[in-house]
Design a protein around this ligand. Structure first.
Ligand code: NAP
Length: 294
């Protein structure tokens, strides 16, 4: 397919590479232009301006947050005014339910197609084309986007004809991951302060009742206090809990744990955690226990 790819951050760079490697004709755009160089070396074309990435069958966005997506879609010379009639916007960023709903309406109004396709997996998983994709959108649009979804991930779960349902599912999943990070952090602070070897403790947990990848991945990061460089930065984790709470508020669903996690992220950010991985909230319990430096 002829594709545009916008947003070459930790996730987007690997995803765009896999689209090139799968044989698609890819034009890449990034706010900071230097990041296009490795993709051009692989065979992609660098867009001089945003509009150059909107001339194909589909444009994929993998941007930080709602503000970035709004700017790129609704801004001057943005996707909405440049994408051809019938072409698809595949939105992979983790954004709000509300914005996804608004994007669906705006694209429909412009006779364009839109699907939400947020992903599970960290940057190493994205680079290996092993993401899990959660897709929402009209069946014809999802089917047209299949070659893209197949190239970036190991499996696509088509969850709803409503794009914003995919965003809500993604947010709920990140909420669950954050609860695991927080609870692992508290349990490991307890075991660690009691003098128990954390590697052995983690080996016990992940070999018995807690075998899921999320315990292995985040348990290792917390045990080693390996929060730098960030694979998924703390401000983005904070954003996802805020967006979860916004969706919950709209639906009148109290989520006390999500409220607690929002405060954990605020604590982390207030103590200089802007450039740490989001798993650093799992290091706060040991600090609160006086068992790790702030
Ligand atoms: P990232 O490394 O911070 O990259 C963010 C991208 O957005 C960069 O290309 C950045 O451009 C661009 N951007 C930010 N603000 C912008 C603006 N106002 N206008 C235009 N472009 C802007 O983030 P990431 O880790 O790749 O995450 C991208 C999305 O995927 C987020 O929604 C995140 O929640 C989600 N996600 C992340 C992970 C993960 O493990 N990292 C996993 C699943 C989903 P510059 O290069 O110019 O800064």
């Amino acid at each position: 397919m002829r594709l545009g790819f916008i947003g070459l951050g930790h996730m987007g760079s690997g995803m765009a590479s896999n689209l090139v490697k799968a044989g698609h004709e890819v034009t890449v755009y990034n706010r900071t232009p230097d990041k296009t160089a490795p993709l051009v070396a692989l065979g992609a074309t660098a867009a001089r301006q945003l509009a150059d990435a909107c001339r194909g069958d589909a444009v994929i966005t993998m941007l930080a947050d709602d503000a970035a997506v709004e700017g790129v879609v609704f801004g001057d010379g943005g996707i909405l005014t440049r994408l051809a009639s019938g072409a698809i916007h595949i939105s992979c960023s983790t954004i709000s339910v509300e914005l996804s709903r608004r994007l669906a309406q705006a694209h429909a109004h412009a006779s364009q197609r839109y699907i939400a396709a947020p992903v599970f997996g960290r940057p190493d998983v994205a680079a290996a084309a092993k993401l899990f994709v959660v897709a929402g959108g009209a069946p014809d649009a999802v089917e047209s986007a299949r070659p893209v979804l197949d190239a970036i991930g190991q499996r696509t779960f088509v969850m709803s004809a409503q794009p914003e349902a995919a965003n809500l599912i993604k947010l709920s999943g990140n909420f669950l991951i954050a609860t695991v990070i927080e609870s692992l952090g508290e349990a490991m602070a307890l075991a660690g302060k009691a003098g128990i070897d954390l590697q052995a403790y983690l080996d016990l947990l992940t070999s018995t009742l807690f075998t899921a990848p999320v315990y292995r991945t985040y348990g290792a990061l917390i045990a080693e206090r390996r929060f730098e460089p960030p694979g998924f930065a703390a401000p983005l984790g904070h954003k996802d809990i805020r967006l979860t709470l916004a969706a919950a508020e709209e639906l009148r669903v109290p989520m006390p744990l999500a409220s607690l996690l929002r405060d954990r992220f605020l604590t982390l950010l207030a103590h200089g955690g802007e450039n740490l991985d989001w798993s650093a909230i799992g290091g706060l319990a040991a600090q609160d226990a006086g068992a790790a430096p702030r």
